[in-house]
Design a protein. Sequence first.
Length: 281
Amino acid sequence: MAAFRDYLRSNALPHIWCPGCGHGIVLGALLRAIARLDPPKDEVIVVSGIGCAARATTYLDFNTLHTTHGRALAFGTGIKLARPGLRVIVITGDGDAAAIGGNHLIHAARRNIGITAVCFNNSIYGMTGGQYSPLTPVGAFATTAPHGHVEPAFDVCRLAAAAGASFVARGTAYHAAQLSQLIYQGLLNEGFSFVEAVSQCPVSYGRRNRMGGPEKMLLWQKEHALNVRAAETVPPEEREGKFLVGVLHSEERPEYASAYGSLIQRLKPGPGATGDLGGDS
């Protein structure tokens, strides 16, 4: 198995993430999952959009694309259709997954295209000034919610599952080993995999919401995460205020790029054919 450090561009380091940011932990979990597969670097492509999480592609020694805001899944879809043999991984943040990129998430899941999407969820737009995002909890403070956020947050995992993703999971930066295992399972899935990674932002989110430093925010993740298996036996009152981690949804469905490739092969003219694909004259 390759060492995950082999997948880093050392000349691009040190990274620009703030001290205590959980994104480095999440990136490490992703790289350890890839290292378990040990694929040739040229067969992996990682796509990102804009935001704190999107900077991750700068540090990765694969084929990488740093694309426009919210369009990472659209780029990933095009790549998978053009080169179905590639392993396509999309790194998203709050906006890329649930705001400007929300429609792309829905349709990537609906198509069940063979992409593994990892959403780095730090509950805030950290890079652009601390505005609230679609994943900011009710009551939380942000620069655009100085008196407390009033909108309910998206549950992006439920959204992805309802839209048709064949593998959906959630982990946290605190539970880094479990998170890596969940991403690994997502990479093994033939269809669309969505993994939400709950990450801490001590600067733009934690400080404004008086959550303490990064170590306290990690402990908050530990105390508020509830394993999906354990939740089956936990009384409802003990589930209050907690979020589920683990594999939330898994099913077998036809993968889109493969089905599309089969259609192309079926429509290719055979020997002696005129090239007519059918239809009324």
